[in-house]
Design a binder for this molecule. Structure first.
Ligand SMILES: Cc1cc2nc3c(=O)[nH]c(=O)nc-3n(C[C@H](O)[C@H](O)[C@H](O)COP(=O)(O)O)c2cc1C
Length: 262
């Protein structure tokens, strides 16, 4: 066949398409387990960052070592009880929140985090130090301005004081809402109180900055300037997940257990 013929051009183009589509789909299949492992590692690293246990960019070996002091548990959100029959490794919170048989729709009054549905169960992480309970890390998510923000909030062993907050996935505007991931803003959270003595979540972000004379100063963090909507989303998602429709029942049970044990 001559090089000038349209049949040869078409044939070569088709063969190239075929070869490269096999290569691309083969690479996608081969790389999927590696990508999944990297996503899992990133989530664990962020969990440890929220707990104040790891540095940003901690190596895999360090993350694995530190995860040894973290005990994952699956809990029923309504009762706050641990679900001993469910393997934390195989539990997928995102899938659970989508399926109608493992989640429920939220009405607009309830849905302050703007997540539409809430899974019946959740995965929580107990922190241990020298074998003793040392705090808890809770997964939180909700809408910002343009995206859903996924992260962790870590509470100290008093179950009121924030140990840290960290987001591992969000799609807000770089330089504005995406500043939720800025270590300087996140550094404002440790030491703040999330809940009052009765378990009511009072944590809040304040547009224009916290007033030093505010009686609620211990619960308040400056909003990100130029990103009030995203900041309000953070405040709303924390209030939702720490409240009675989120981890409230679990935190109450955990507190009672700790008081019994001490
Ligand atoms: C291109 C563009 C991107 C924006 N991205 C965000 C954002 O990610 N988060 C946010 O809260 N506001 C964002 N804003 C600003 C909001 O539209 C709104 O003005 C702002 O939340 C008000 O906050 P401020 O009172 O702190 O300025 C963006 C505005 C523009 C024009």
């Amino acid at each position: 066949m001559s090089n000038e013929s349209w049949q040869k051009t078409l044939f070569v183009a088709l063969v190239l398409c075929l070869v490269f589509s096999v290569l691309v789909s083969g690479a996608a299949v081969v790389l999927r387990p590696i990508q999944e492992a990297n996503v899992r590692l990133d989530v664990q690293r962020n969990l440890l960052l929220a707990a104040g246990l790891a540095e940003a960019g901690a190596p895999v070996a360090k993350v694995n070592e530190l995860m040894g002091s973290v005990e994952a548990q699956i809990i029923n959100l309504d009762s706050g009880e641990e679900m001993t029959g469910v393997d934390p490794e195989s539990f997928n919170a995102v899938t659970a929140a989508r399926k109608p048989d493992t989640s429920r729709a939220l009405d607009s009054q309830e849905d302050i985090a703007r997540i539409k549905r809430r899974a019946d169960m959740a995965k929580v992480y107990l922190l241990k130090k020298d074998g003793q309970f040392n705090g808890v890390v809770l997964p939180v998510y909700g809408s910002g301005l343009y995206s859903t923000l996924y992260g962790f909030i870590a509470l100290d062993s008093d179950l009121r004081t924030i140990r840290g907050l960290k987001f591992y996935e969000q799609g807000e505007t770089a330089g504005l809402g995406a500043e939720v991931d800025n270590p300087r803003w996140l550094a404002k959270w440790p030491g703040k109180l999330a809940l009052d003595e009765t378990g009511q979540p009072l944590v809040d972000v304040i547009k224009g900055g916290v007033n030093p004379a505010s009686p609620l100063i211990d619960y308040q963090v400056d909003a990100i300037s130029g990103a009030t909507m995203t900041s309000r989303g953070v405040s709303a998602l924390l209030k939702y997940w720490l409240g009675p429709d989120g981890f409230g029942p679990y935190l109450a049970r955990l507190k009672a257990q700790q008081m019994e044990a001490s």
